[in-house]
Design a binder for this molecule. Sequence first.
Ligand code: URA
Length: 207
Amino acid sequence: MKHLLVNVVCKSNDEKEKALLELQNVCSQCRACDLCKTRSCTVFSDGNASAPIMLIGEAPGPDEDAAGKPFVGRAGQLLNTFLAEAGIDRKNDVYICNTVKCHTPQNRIPTNEEKRACQAYLYGQISIIRPKIILLCGTTALQSFIDQDLKITDIRGKWLNIYDDIEVMAISHPSYLLRQHSTEPNTPRWFMKKDLEKVKAKLDELM
Ligand code: URA
């Protein structure tokens, strides 16, 4: 997938914001797949264009479709708690977006065609932001970014060798963690805490 990044040279935060706004405007008119018929709006991103971490989720849920921002519903609130507990500031440290920019009917998993239709927006965002760390949050992000057959449980928490200059890690999706309540060692919530502690340590090392 390395070839999908293009060389966009945005030096300042203003340049990044301007480039992202242009891409967002194009995305807001997108009719590349049928999701445009049922969405309220495209959900492009939330957060700082110069953030060192880019977190990529699946697709906006109903709350996000109404608000026009990613991860604002219950899963987003749980994500905020995990980030804060690890010492990661969602507002300043993280630029959040999704693999697919439109809500899917009945919140179903996006199809391959829908993911393909959205790919240029996602890789455009990465190319402009050039984060130091990418977090692939959940199965859809992991499988569409790297390999259709990978499982979060096998790969989460490991630094993946995808780019020379961007550290990539897969983490569990907070929607899954909403259904997992235990915080005992070796449970999904415990792994999420440990994974984000690793991310924070990497962030401190890189900054
Ligand atoms: N789940 C996602 O993957 N993204 C959102 O924006 C909200 C819930």
